[in-house]
Design a protein around this ligand. Sequence first.
Ligand code: MN3
Length: 195
Amino acid sequence: MAFELPALPYAHDALEPYMGRETLELHHGKHHNAYVTTLNNLVEGTEMAKKSLDEVVVEGFKAGNQGLVNQAGQHWNHSLFWPIMKKDAGEPQGELRRRIEHDFGSVDKMKETFKATAVGQFGSGWGWLVLDGDKLDVMKTPNGENPLMHGKTPLMGIDVWEHAYYLDYRNRRPDYVQAWLDHLVNWEEVEKRLR
Ligand code: MN3
C-alpha cells in the first residue's frame, strides 16, 4: 500500500497566532504532501514499497540512499510533528516531567538546551527531544534526517526549515522555537511516546 498524507488533527487556524493558517495550509497540504508523492514514486515497484515507514527510514539511511533519507525521513518527521502540537497545552506533567527534571535539571533547562540546539542547526533541519537508551537527550539533524537513523527514539521534534516559520516569524528562528516550546507543544502526546 502506498504511503499516505495523514490528516491534520486540527483546523488550519487552530494554532494561531503562533503558527498561522497559511503556514499550515502550505506546510501540510503542499510540502508534506509533496514528500509523500515523491516517496511513493521512489519506492514504486521496489522491495521498499512493502515495508513500514520506520523500516524505509532506517534501511534507506543504512544503504546511503539519499532520496529515501530525504523523502521517507521528511514523511516520518512531519507525521510526528502535527500530532505533537496543540495550542497552550500547559507544561509537561507526570513521568515526562520527572524524566526531564532528572536528566536536564528542570523543564526550563531542557527548553533552553532544546532551543539552543534547534536554533543552532545550520540551514534546514530539525531539533529533537529523544530517548537515548534510558536517558532523555536533545539533538539536531540536517534536512530530512531523523533520530531513528541514529538509533535513538524521537519524542518530539521541531521543523526548523524556513517553510515552517517564515510567514509567521520571517527570519526570527529563535522567536519561533521559543513560541513553539511555550505555546505549541502537546506535552500529553509527547508523554504518550515516552511510554
Ligand atoms: Mn517541513
